[in-house]
Ligand binder design. Sequence first.
Ligand SMILES: Cc1cc2nc3c(=O)[nH]c(=O)nc-3n(C[C@H](O)[C@H](O)[C@H](O)COP(=O)(O)O)c2cc1C
Length: 145
Amino acid sequence: MYLEKALIIYDTASGNTRIIAERIKKRLEDLGMSVDLFRDKEFKAFTSVGDYQIIALGAPRHGNWPAFTLTRKLKPLLKMDLKGKKLITFASAGGPRHQQICQKIENFIKPTGIIPVTSIGCVGKPTEDFDMVLGAALQEKMFQR
Ligand SMILES: Cc1cc2nc3c(=O)[nH]c(=O)nc-3n(C[C@H](O)[C@H](O)[C@H](O)COP(=O)(O)O)c2cc1C
């Protein structure tokens, strides 16, 4: 069976979005994928992006936007053709409007042709019921070809 490869890139200031990123990694691995995870400022391998079928991008909410350090770092992606790849967005916010941040990450990267499949939001740090959220948000059928 062909092994799907997923790339996760996240930004964080106080660690909450990192926890989401790590939980997404675990969930995708449980679904049988090979997953590489990077903090945005450590990500340098733009030439390897073509190797991944799934890309997950996440950031904390800063004001009404995803932390600008993520989008600044990922600008080289905008020059790439990501058609056919699947996008997962995720965000942590102090209040309930994390979905808006996922939407803004999606809008940022959409010109590449990537296909949004799901988004995952969280208020602050993920709690014990987060596995249920992940189970619903990341289902095997979304990634079947
Ligand atoms: C500079 C800054 C601005 C923020 N602005 C907002 C905001 O407008 N709305 C909100 O709900 N949370 C806001 N937050 C809270 C963070 O989104 C929230 O604490 C999040 O869980 C942090 O994630 P992190 O631990 O990955 O950095 C802000 C935090 C910082 C540091």
